[in-house]
Ligand binder design. Structure first.
Ligand code: MN
Length: 251
């Protein structure tokens, strides 16, 4: 089974074509998330024909309020993809004051996903886990939520699991104590690897899709399960998730 990077910002690398080509050469399954609907088609065009790169339609919470006018473009493009992201809520200091507006935008996005029959959705939840889970719960037909870089409490993890959420974890997340704590609590059969590159960095070095392999060895240490076994589990999870997605989009 090839490597998987289920949350990567291909279009934000300084040489996105080279990264897309290298990921393709290595046969990596990449979920290439976007931050605005207007970036979707250009980002999709980065994926060489027959690559395992799939592009998600996004409206990142840090810019969602400023780009709210792109919701109509979001709606127009939605039928062309099975994947949505990056979307979500950001409750960190700089964005806390727009949380209500972000919530209204996310509610609209999830209702569009529900009306479209459900999508596989990569969600950001920094500093806003509770309101994010509330909004997901409110729209159960939106599809399959994948909580990316999720740093919830034990109670919030249980709640998310009961709601059917999945999780994507990356090398940078697993460097933090909180991230490792979360990794111990989330069910491994709902986890996929990610990098969040190039936004995520380790020692100032941007993460590339192939750095998703680091998750296997980190989890080997954290969970005391062999990295070979973790790789098998990721591979099974990925197949299960894609079959749930209802469209043979990525295989
Ligand atoms: Mn991201």
């Amino acid at each position: 089974m090839a490597l998987i990077d289920f949350h990567c910002h291909l279009d934000l690398f300084s040489d996105p074509h080279r990264v897309a080509q290298e990921a393709t050469r290595r046969g990596i399954y990449v979920l290439s998330v976007t931050t605005t609907p207007s970036a979707f088609l250009g980002t999709k065009a980065l994926a060489p024909p027959n690559s395992r790169i799939r592009t998600a339609l996004g409206l990142h919470p840090e810019i969602a309020v400023a780009r709210e006018n792109e919701l109509s473009l979001f709606e127009k493009l939605l039928p062309s993809t099975a994947y949505v992201g990056e979307v979500g809520l950001d409750g960190s200091r700089q964005h806390r004051d727009t949380l209500d507006r972000q919530g209204a935008i996310l509610t609209t996005i999830l209702s569009l996903c529900a009306a479209a029959g459900g999508k596989t959705i990569s969600l950001h939840s920094r500093g806003a886990v509770k309101p994010l889970l509330d909004i997901i719960e409110y729209e159960p037909l939106a599809g399959r939520p994948i909580l990316h870089w999720f740093l919830g409490t034990e109670k919030e993890i249980s709640r998310a699991v009961e709601m059917g959420c999945w999780f994507s974890v990356g090398p940078a997340m697993l460097r933090s104590e909180t991230g490792r704590k979360v990794a111990k609590k989330i069910p491994l059969d709902r986890v996929l690897p990610e990098t969040d590159g190039p936004l995520a960095k380790i020692n100032q070095k941007k993460l590339f899709p192939w750095d998703a392999i680091g998750v296997n060895s980190q989890l080997e240490t954290i969970l005391s399960i062999s990295s070979a076994e973790i790789e098998d589990i990721f591979s099974m999870n990925f197949k299960r998730l894609i079959s749930l997605s209802g469209r043979d989009e990525i295989l």
